[in-house]
Design a protein around this ligand. Sequence first.
Ligand code: PMP
Length: 440
Amino acid sequence: MTNLTQKQLDSHWMAYTGNRQFKQDPRIITKASGAYYTDDKGRKIFDGLSGLWTCGLGHNVAEINEAVAEQIKTLDYSPAFQFGHEKSFQLSEKITEFLPTELNRVFFTGSGSESVDTALKVARAYWRKKGMGTKTKFIGRAKGYHGAGISGFSVGGIPANRTLYGQGLDSYHLPHTQVPGTEFTNGMAKQGAERADDLLNLITMHDASNIAAVIVEPMSGSAGVIVPPQGYLERLREICDQHNILLIFDEVITGFGRMGGDCGAIEFGVTPDVMTMAKQITNGAIPLGAVAFKQEIYDTFMEHGGPEYMLELPHGYTYSAHPVACAAGLASLEKIRSENLIARVKEMSGYFGDAVHSLRSSSTLITDIRNYGFAAGITLAAPDGEPAKRPFQVAMDMWEKGFYVRFGGDTIQLAPPFITESEEIDRLIDALSDSFHKLA
Ligand code: PMP
């Protein structure tokens, strides 16, 4: 049992946690190193989701630890507004090395949610600067996740995150791309690109003169790994271009290697106008988010910025470009490059994908398996009205056996660290197979 006192347990309202259930049997993690956590009972637990899609390099990374320690001693904080420090410029350049060349202006935030908020605000302001201030609505996608802010849940399409909080931003949603008949596809499905054409219906309904931007995850992560069908993102790009609508890729999960490419845009060969990022930039060690813009967007703000003492974009956060976070980011991205880890993910993604799909035979309750790079989602048939029940049972059983996997909705999510060995994939899959068998 935990060493925490009841008073301590009763003081904390935990994020995205079943607090009532958790407090009866708290799962407390005390340490992490490489691909493993240690819990308060001294058990070693394989990190099957790289933290929250954050820690592709594994945990306790010496280079990041050293960079953080050094930075805290040298410059622990500098005002984010009207001052700079060298690391934020160095990290901006470094980040652009992982993006399509057109995305060359980086704005820093403290999280993925703030990155999404920034992207949406800039999209609206951009059209105003161009004299098209009626372009204020946003188009998201069913099942999309874009963070916990009011803007994020508005464009997001996960019902539980939308229904509780009432009125959000003026947003409309494309259908998701889990198309019947494409279940158990390994990688990208051949059918489903036509679902992008629903954007044309939304444009007919609301008129492009009222729409600021379309925001999608190139591959939906939190919804349970929904891989774009072949040609889908290209089609979205084409329609946005034809109708003067900005295309935003939310790459908070897909950026920096998870897909076996530098980012989703490069991996899928479609360049958005704006890209949001977070998580893997610092390997999760220190909170940091970023948004990259095309030069033309930046230039529009500079051209219409008014007198030079004025702010071209009155927007930012106390922790924008935090020096310690930037130091962690530089160390993380340098290590991803120097150890060629993205190529490693690409190389091993076939092995991982085949292993995940081998689970199909472990239970008739499995209704779909999807995967790309080092990410996979396994969907389970839902007992009446309780889609999360079985995934929850599987995740708990896995935890008991020493594996951390995440459940969300009717799906189990997997995203092992980039450093995972094939034997570790085998053990993860064997343990899952056993948990699925137990369900029946
Ligand atoms: N966008 C996407 C695609 C995400 O997956 C997440 C987090 N899971 C967010 C935004 C929000 O990021 P954060 O939790 O850092 O605010």
